[in-house]
Design a protein around this ligand. Structure first.
Ligand SMILES: Cc1cc2nc3c(=O)[nH]c(=O)nc-3n(C[C@H](O)[C@H](O)[C@H](O)COP(=O)(O)OP(=O)(O)OC[C@H]3O[C@@H](n4cnc5c(N)ncnc54)[C@H](O)[C@@H]3O)c2cc1C
Length: 403
């Protein structure tokens, strides 16, 4: 069906990301309900020389979501369209929130291999930024992508073929607008979530061993108290019953989609870098020292330490290396600039790669040496979008070093 659209819809309202630190006002705001509508929007925008930015749930805090011209909210492209429980895949709308998707998949006996700290993001947003959870043997969520459909800058809908997949994972809406994503999944599984309170001195020496033995492990360090929370998930009946020097404060069992993520009420801004796994402990200890010396009074909240397995997506923050991610969380009512800028210099000395959806200051010049397949990504992006329909000024600075 070809839907005629005579005009884009003018927008007068401001849009803001989840934390409120990023505000923008696109000239047009679209919320397509079908692939044909997505294609019509892109064609019109391209004809009029307008820049297009797809958005999910606006949980990113870097300007990868900011549109001056056309913002396309993908939230109506939602649901599980097809699946094969035996072959372990599903085709889902790119705007499906991960929590809804998790429930629908569970009903048909399937599950994602992991989830991040929260699960309200859209699957399109998560795949586009290489959103990850924590687990030494677990890759980021973008690696689930094995096919699907997208609308490219020429306004044509096409399959996401195997030639595009390594670039599409983590592409931040610069190759096209995903309409449906085919995901590689697992049979549904149960997990036991346990949270332990301890101190850094008591647990840090055990972290390496714990990370090898537990399915999911992450560590929160609270600078104000210098205390630590370990969050560990294992299949029921497996995992450690005791952790030296730590007190069990929560235990809960459920399907993976029910227990992997938490709800976040307190709003915060965040900087996160991915460093090689071997460098993780030293990088963290240097950051801790610096926070204690310079930022302890200004830091409102916590630092999160996680593991992500290596993958081969061109712009994955875990490309080619097992990874530790370290995130700085600052309440959104408090200033973060000086704190993040200072710690960013430490991340960079450890070869850190910034999370695409969180605060950082890098542009293409600094990013290119960090990504061995940068040139291939750029070639493909230029081929699919020669006129830069999906390149806002920020995306241009990020990926092309222009603007
Ligand atoms: C409270 C909180 C907790 C978080 N926890 C984690 C975590 O545990 N792990 C982690 O790695 N990250 C985490 N993040 C970051 C978050 O997962 C990413 O920023 C994610 O991209 C947000 O998804 P979204 O649906 O809000 O997408 P948006 O932020 O709206 O968009 C993100 C990117 O995806 C693109 N995009 C969106 N939809 C499409 C589409 N259909 N086609 C093409 N491109 C598209 C956008 O253009 C943009 O570049 C967290 C963020 C917050 C605020």
């Amino acid at each position: 069906m070809n839907i005629r659209r005579d005009a884009l819809h003018p927008n007068r309202a401001e849009m803001a990301n989840w934390s409120g630190s990023l505000v923008f006002r696109p000239r047009f705001l679209e919320a397509p309900r079908s692939e044909d509508e997505v294609a019509a929007i892109v064609r019109q925008a391209a004809r009029r020389g307008l820049k297009v930015r797809p958005t999910g749930r606006l949980h990113s805090s870097s300007p990868i979501i900011a549109a001056d011209d056309v913002a396309v909210s993908m939230g109506n492209m939602s649901g599980v369209f097809e699946h094969d429980a035996e072959e372990r895949w599903a085709l889902v709308g790119a705007g499906t929130p991960l929590d809804e998707m998790g429930r629908d998949l569970n009903d048909i006996g399937l599950a994602t291999h992991n989830l991040g700290d929260i699960n309200v993001q859209t699957v399109g947003g998560a795949v586009s930024t290489c959103t990850h959870g924590s687990g030494r043997r677990l890759t980021n969520l973008a690696t689930m992508l094995i096919g699907g459909r997208m609308v490219t800058a020429d306004g044509e809908a096409r399959e996401i073929g195997s030639d595009i997949i390594p670039a599409a994972r983590g592409s931040m809406g610069t190759l096209g607008l995903f309409t449906a994503l085919k995901l590689r999944l697992l049979p549904r599984y149960r997990l036991r979530r346990r949270e332990w309170c301890t101190t850094l001195d008591a647990c840090f020496g055990q972290l390496e061993e714990l990370s090898r033995r537990c399915r999911n492990l992450d560590m929160y360090w609270y600078p104000r108290s210098d205390r630590v929370k370990l969050r560990i998930l294992d299949p029921p009946g497996e995992g450690r019953e005791r952790i030296g020097g730590a007190r069990l404060v929560l235990e809960r069992e459920g399907w993976s989609n029910e227990v992997l993520s938490r709800k976040r009420v307190l709003r915060f801004d965040e900087m996160e870098y991915a460093v090689p796994i071997e460098a993780g402990p030293e990088c963290f200890l240097e950051i801790r020292k610096r926070i204690m010396e310079r930022h302890r009074r200004a830091v409102g909240w916590r630092v999160l330490y996680r593991y992500v397995a290596a993958d081969d997506a061109y712009l994955s923050t875990a490309y080619g290396r097992d990874t530790v991610t370290i995130s700085l969380h600052q309440n959104n009512t408090l200033p973060y600039g000086e704190y993040f800028d200072d710690i960013e210099r430490i991340f960079l000395r450890y070869g850190g790669r910034p999370h695409w959806g969180k605060k950082h200051s890098l542009g293409a010049e600094e990013l290119e040496p960090l990504y061995p397949r940068w040139a291939e990504f750029r070639r493909l992006r230029r081929k699919l979008d020669p006129d830069g329909v999906f390149l806002t000024d920020y995306m241009s600075r990020l990926l092309e070093g222009e603007g």
